[in-house]
Design a protein around this ligand. Structure first.
Ligand code: PRP
Length: 185
């Protein structure tokens, strides 16, 4: 039986099959790095990493890039019940950043409802950046509630709860090299 992300969050779970292997992720990340560099050939790239989930993607992406790259981090979290983000997203670390004149690439691990990314993009409006683009490793189009634009996308996936490569279930599994699904216990 296919378990949706919502079901998995509400019951005990165990690791399921690999959805995307580390080698496939690595190839896609290198392609995204190339695309970003092509689009920013004449200037420095400022990677704005959405913690915590994007930490592994961002580390691999940054290390696949040559030239002038800076990396900054924002802590994004949404308040709501345990199964759905409410759309009220808290963004910390923003005030310390000087973004005026920069070429930003937001780095996200997953776009689900789109609410988190939408809130961040709204916050970035008026920051004075020369450009703001988005790199997301995963997208679940079937879950979208808010329309968001993704400039560099790794993979579209179905509505499955995924862990590994930075993503967690209650803090666990972020260290796994592959992206895996979960199954009920
Ligand atoms: C995940 C992911 C995105 C957000 C996407 O973060 O990293 O930021 O959910 O969901 P949305 O499109 O429905 O808003 P999560 O809340 O799991 O926190 P984490 O990154 O700290 O693990």
């Amino acid at each position: 039986m296919i378990e949706t992300a919502r079901v998995i969050r509400t019951q005990p779970a165990r690791l399921g099959p690999v959805l995307i292997e580390a080698s496939e992720i690595a190839g896609r990340v290198r392609s995204i790095a190339d695309e970003i560099q092509r689009d920013h050939a004449h200037g420095k790239v400022r990677l704005l990493v959405a913690l915590k989930g994007a930490w592994v993607f961002a580390a691999d992406l940054a290390r696949s890039m040559e030239g002038r790259v800076e990396v900054d981090f924002l802590r994004l979290s949404s308040y709501g019940d345990s199964t759905e983000s409410s759309g009220q997203v808290s963004i910390s670390g923003y005030e310390e950043l000087e973004l005026s004149g920069t070429r930003i690439v937001v780095v996200e691990d997953l776009v689900d409802s789109g609410r988190t990314l939408h809130a961040l993009m709204k916050r970035l409006r008026g920051c004075g950046a020369r450009s703001v683009r988005v790199a997301a490793l995963l997208s679940k189009p079937s879950r979208r509630i808010v329309e968001v634009e993704i400039d560099y996308l790794g993979f579209e996936i179905p509505d499955r709860f995924v862990v590994g490569y930075g993503m967690d279930l209650a803090g666990a599994y972020r260290h796994l090299p592959d992206i895996r699904t979960l199954l009920p216990l």
